[in-house]
Design a protein around this ligand. Structure first.
Ligand code: HEM
Length: 181
């Protein structure tokens, strides 16, 4: 099914902006958390875990929305290399939105820590307790966070390039304005 509206579907737009704010907040909460030795560490971790699981659930919904409602096509005159880079970075973002929370959850499971979403809601372990796996997953969580942050920056730079320099309607299609309007 081809998208001829020139716009991303409403659910795709809502999920895009909501998750952009959530992911950016998570990256800063994560960095703030590992840099804190006060009681702020526990407070940030209490936000980090449920927010991360919410991102995982929304990422699955978003993937379903992406498959149900195809995005508007990129401008026909966009160089092939830029089209390839756009598609590759979008799928990388989907992969990271799903991998990051799963690695965080698996890491705490491997460390034998309970994954509490609230005082009473405990998630099951998704990885057997194993200190070596905990160390590996802990590093992986940091490296993936770095990759997510860099991909996020590249994505924002590309959006600004489309919106301010090419003015080709790509940014407008995610804001909700029709191309050429
Ligand atoms: C999109 C989702 C997530 C993002 C973007 C994210 C991001 C981060 C970042 C940036 C750090 C700091 C890394 C470092 O500098 O070493 C971090 C640490 C951590 N994250 Fe996540 N995270 C996500 C999901 C999760 C989930 C779902 C859990 C657990 C259920 C989790 C548990 C942790 C823990 C335990 C730490 C280490 C805290 C510490 O050592 O003080 N994360 N995360």
């Amino acid at each position: 099914m081809k998208n001829t509206t020139g716009l991303f579907a409403l659910p795709a737009r809502v999920l895009h902006w909501l998750m952009a704010a959530m992911i950016l907040a998570m990256l800063f909460i994560g960095v703030g958390m590992v840099a804190s030795v006060s009681e702020r560490h526990a407070w940030l971790l209490r936000i980090h875990k449920p927010l991360g699981i919410a991102i995982l659930l929304l990422a699955v919904v978003r993937l379903a929305v992406r498959l149900r409602y195809p995005p508007p096509p990129l401008p026909a005159d966009l160089p092939m290399l830029q089209k390839l880079a756009a598609h590759a970075s979008h799928w990388l973002l989907y992969a990271l939105m799903i991998a990051m929370p799963l690695v965080g959850w698996a890491m705490l499971s491997a460390g034998g820590y309970p994954v509490m979403l609230s005082d009473s809601l405990r998630l099951p372990a998704i990885f057997p307790t194993d200190p070596i796996a905990f160390a590996v997953l802990r590093h992986l969580h940091s490296w993936l966070a770095m990759l997510l942050f860099l991909t996020f920056l590249a994505h924002m730079a590309a959006a600004l390039y489309h919106g301010l320099i090419r003015r080709d309607g790509v940014l407008a299609s995610m804001v909700g304005r029709k191309r050429g309007a």
